[in-house]
Design a protein around this ligand. Structure first.
Ligand code: MG
Length: 290
């Protein structure tokens, strides 16, 4: 009885769907809405294996040498990884908006406590620190533990691995923008995955991540990526970066004449009926130059 009832309901739904198709006709299902933004074809990128660099990445350290880094000759190289020694190092190349991949391991021999244990850090544009610390059963102030935005934002969770184990930091960073007078137009934002776990989600960076004074912004251009030497022999390997560029279509759209927009509709049935595809191109994202 119940089964018959269910079949009847299913049959009823089926007729309703068919009815909707006829009622809606091609308006509902026959043609794709087209934004008019002249998107260019996304470039092909070969992904890396096991967090290796994608084909379009700038490799900053692959285990061989630290030639991409000022001061890299001061760090120790061993068995395909680098050990923080003597000084903070920074990339010779400067960057703005980036996707950054870094792998690190806290010293397997546990020494010190709090901020004095496995301390290092990744500084974006030389100023904004994503903290590296041995935060495995190591108490410190929350906005100073591993994967914090130092002295500003604790990680959402503590995803640390034990000392000596390799850990990943994946950082998505939007650089701050300043106007011609050096005034802040838009702050920096950062998203961080620590060992694949979301720990910072589009955090609005408050300014330079100082230890002993409140954060502030002072106008600057692109800057280096810095790896901190804080006295602890933190290990690093597999470091690469991709500069984030606006999709060409978005940039092109800012100058595009709406009526000139010719969407690339290659399917014959999608090209058949486009008389109402006259989009208005509007962008509130015009001031993205640094
Ligand atoms: Mg640090």
């Amino acid at each position: 009885m119940a089964r018959t009832h269910h079949r009847a309901i299913r049959s009823c739904w089926g007729w309703m769907v068919i009815g909707l198709v006829f009622a809606g006709g091609s308006q509902a299902f026959g043609q794709r809405w087209i934004s008019g933004i002249p998107w260019s074809e996304p470039p092909i990128v070969q992904p890396g294996d096991n967090f290796g660099p994608p084909s379009d990445a700038i490799v900053l350290f692959d285990g061989d040498n630290l030639d991409a880094w000022e001061g890299g000759d001061q760090w120790e190289l061993k068995d395909g990884y680098a050990i923080a020694r003597k000084r903070t190092i920074q990339t010779k190349q400067h960057f703005g908006d980036v996707q950054l991949h870094v792998e690190f391991a806290s010293p397997s021999e546990v020494r010190g406590r709090g901020q004095g244990r496995g301390n290092s850090g990744v500084f974006l544009m030389g100023r904004y620190e994503v903290q590296i610390l041995d935060s495995w059963e190591n108490e410190t102030y929350f906005e100073g533990q591993a994967a914090s935005i130092y002295n500003q934002a604790p990680p959402l969770v503590n995803a640390s691995r034990p000392p000596g184990q390799w850990q990943t930091l994946q950082i998505l960073f939007t650089a701050p923008r300043f106007d011609e007078d050096g005034e802040l137009e838009s702050p920096a934002y950062v998203t961080v995955l620590h060992n694949g776990v979301l720990v910072q989600y589009n955090w609005e960076i408050q300014g330079v991540t100082y230890f002993n004074r409140p954060p502030d912004y002072q106008a600057h251009g692109k800057g280096p990526i810095r790896l901190q030497h804080h006295g602890d022999p933190v290990k690093f390997r597999n470091i690469w970066v991709r500069e984030i560029a606006l999709t060409p279509g978005v940039e092109a759209a800012e100058d595009a004449e709406p009526e000139a927009a010719e969407p690339a509709a290659e399917d014959a049935d999608q090209e058949s009926d486009r008389e109402d595809a006259e989009p208005e191109v509007e962008s509130d994202n015009e001031d993205t130059e640094n």
